[in-house]
Design a protein. Structure first.
Length: 214
């Protein structure tokens, strides 16, 4: 199954069906594992995923070496980041969650959370296929937004969220953008990023620690 809305929301049944040559740049991938297992490498770290795990990869260029067990069943959704941004969500948690997911893209769901996410994704997949809906883009966009807010709630309850001042938010957003564009490949020292952001390495380290706990 392969359904899309103007190349903005895409569902596939298997990672082997996903066209990485076409839907990688500026796309975000969500994977809910229903059965079996999957493994991947993200940001040079290997992850094993099983039933009840929800994976959010906000930069597909940093993910590789996907493999699945013979009995693996997943719901895989990908969408253009610009489409999600157009929904104009006001919560700052999107930034906080994005930073945390850069370190670990896997969310362990409880049984209740699993059923909620499965229901949301199945409904969204079905509605994406209803291309004759007169307000298709808006309708599917708001369903995606509602699911994202559920994920914010789930992730925030599992993580120790902290209030982030406006200036710190801007600094860390720029820091993440540098990592996503690939600076981490050639620059592993904190001093490089701190200098580019016009702050001290200690301050950058403290900001990261306050958000992620690490």
């Amino acid at each position: 199954m392969n359904t899309a809305i103007d190349n903005m929301i895409l569902f596939v049944d298997s990672i082997d069906e996903y066209d990485f040559s076409r839907y990688t740049a500026d796309h975000i991938m969500h994977i809910l594992c229903l059965e079996g297992s999957m493994s991947l490498v993200f940001h040079n770290v290997h992850y094993n995923i099983g039933r009840g795990d929800y994976i959010i990869i906000s930069n597909l260029a940093m993910a590789s070496d996907f493999s699945t067990s013979p009995d693996c069943k997943c719901i895989i959704m990908s969408f253009a980041e610009i489409f999600f941004i157009s929904m104009a969500i006001h919560s700052k948690y999107g930034f906080i969650g994005r930073f945390a997911l850069l370190q670990n893209p896997v969310i362990k769901l409880s049984a209740t959370e699993f059923e909620k996410c499965k229901y949301d994704l199945v409904r969204l997949r079905d509605r994406v296929a209803e291309s004759n809906h007169l307000f298709h883009e808006e309708m599917t966009g708001h369903l995606l937004l509602a699911h994202a807010l559920d994920l914010y709630d789930i992730h925030a309850r599992k993580a120790s969220s902290t209030h982030v001042p406006e200036r710190a938010t801007l600094i860390l957003q720029r820091f993440i953008d540098m990592l996503y564009r690939g600076d981490f490949i050639s620059h592993r020292n904190l001093e490089y990023y701190a200098s580019a952001l016009c702050i001290t390495p200690h301050y950058l380290s403290e900001l990261c620690k306050n958000i992620s706990g690490e």
